[in-house]
Design a protein around this ligand. Sequence first.
Ligand code: ZN
Length: 262
Amino acid sequence: MENSNTYEVLAIRYATLSNRKASENFIGGDPHEQGSDLDYYIWLARSSSRTFVIDTGFDSGVGARRGRKMSNPPGETLKRLGVDAGDVKDVVITHLHYDHVGNFALFPAATFHLQDDEMAYATGRLMAQKFFSQAYEVDEVVAMVREVYKGRVRFHDGDAELAPGFSLHRITGHTKGLQAVRVRTRAGWMVLASDASHLYANMNEKRPFPIVYDVPKMVAGWATLARLADAPELVVPGHDPLVMRRYPAAGAGLEGIAVRLA
Ligand SMILES: [Zn+2]
């Protein structure tokens, strides 16, 4: 276990989407060219004193309706990693898209950390247009509004330190209130980009992902991620299958399910 200011960080894969076209991963991508699969993740960061879960994954029913099959329910993987979701006190919601916010009922003791801009965006005028609303589930957005009324959502307006060595950073771009996580590890400052960069190629080849609120802000966000991390390889994208190959399994029997990022 790490000390109280240094975190162990894990990526937990719960689904995969195959048979994609390059045009589904990059604006201007070739619609005839095969594109990378997308993996679906939540993340866990823990020190000797704090445990943070970052995102909650899609609801299996919502996923099925959208043609995405859950392979490993995230709550079960957390349990295998020694974390009871029912006890987790802090859950960071990077943004309210269906694949990041679907299982928050698993976390009855948690405070949800969300950017002001994300709630404003997900409940605002642009949601009347399918281009902007397509990756949100209205029932999940409404459910999060109910959590606000219960006092369980802690809003942030830009950067926020939640504990020594663990902070939130509003990136915007993909959605208006998208936030990334910066966490101190034994390897240095690591950044969990979430959907600020779906794949390594989005940020490294400077090719924006086509589900987007503001393209220039998405592009500027890649520079912010790089600035926040101690080394380029310490920026972890939100949906890249390469993450599962670049890092070791988090334990016996967790091959293909969870990897240790640091
Ligand atoms: Zn996503």
